[in-house]
Design a protein around this ligand. Sequence first.
Ligand code: PGA
Length: 266
Amino acid sequence: MQAWVIGNWKQNPATSHDVKALLDDLLTAVSTKEQPDIAGCQLMVAPSFIHLTAVSERLEGSSILSAAQDISAHSASTGAYTGDCSAQQVADAGAAWTILGHSERRQYHQESHDCLLNKMTHALMQNLGVVFCIGETQAQYDAKKTLVVIDTQLAVIKDLLAQKPELIAGLSERLIVAYEPVWAIGTGKVPTVAEVSATHQHIKQTLASFNDALENMTVLYGGSVNADNADSFAVDSMIDGALVGGASLKAESFLAIAQAFSRATA
Ligand code: PGA
């Protein structure tokens, strides 16, 4: 199975100049000597909306895909929704995918089940792939509620299939789940590989139970993945790649993570 390593740039870098420098570093490394080392890995980066068009244009023709970090819940195309960007606008900007349901969106923008169901529907109807983030908080982890929380979050996909059965065809190619424990994001704390593996197995089984077409879905781990710990996650057969925040802001660490997952698929 091809691995995915996705960089979530969040509200970084601060300037277009720094975005360009990061892309220069990435493209130079990918197009020259590093390339065979990352052959087993699909790379993708998710810049801020403000940089999405420039990044997508720059990556056109390269092996790196671009994604948005979010889309509007209100309309798939246009409307009076100040501050929003729609799935259609994101696709038009050159992105092929969008992240949805990141814990920072859930936390700071109160994204609910219905909101995420709308966003996922809009994205898929506009032919955007979706990287759907799920994960428990520290309190939920301590209370051993991880799987219960995850089941509630995955119900967005179940409801999508019930409401839009026409989207099932090809969905396994256009939907990736990223398991990101909230307490592991940006903290340097990580669950054990065995814990992540067991949770991923549960996610895969749950998705397959929704529909036969969702057997063997791609499930990524996210939360403090870096060049030093990537190998330990990569060797586990349940972990199909990584969603990377901080370590994606330097080409060197991002590509080291890609190399780890690529090695593991070889
Ligand atoms: P981190 O972020 O790698 O900086 O922990 C991951 C994420 O939020 O997707």
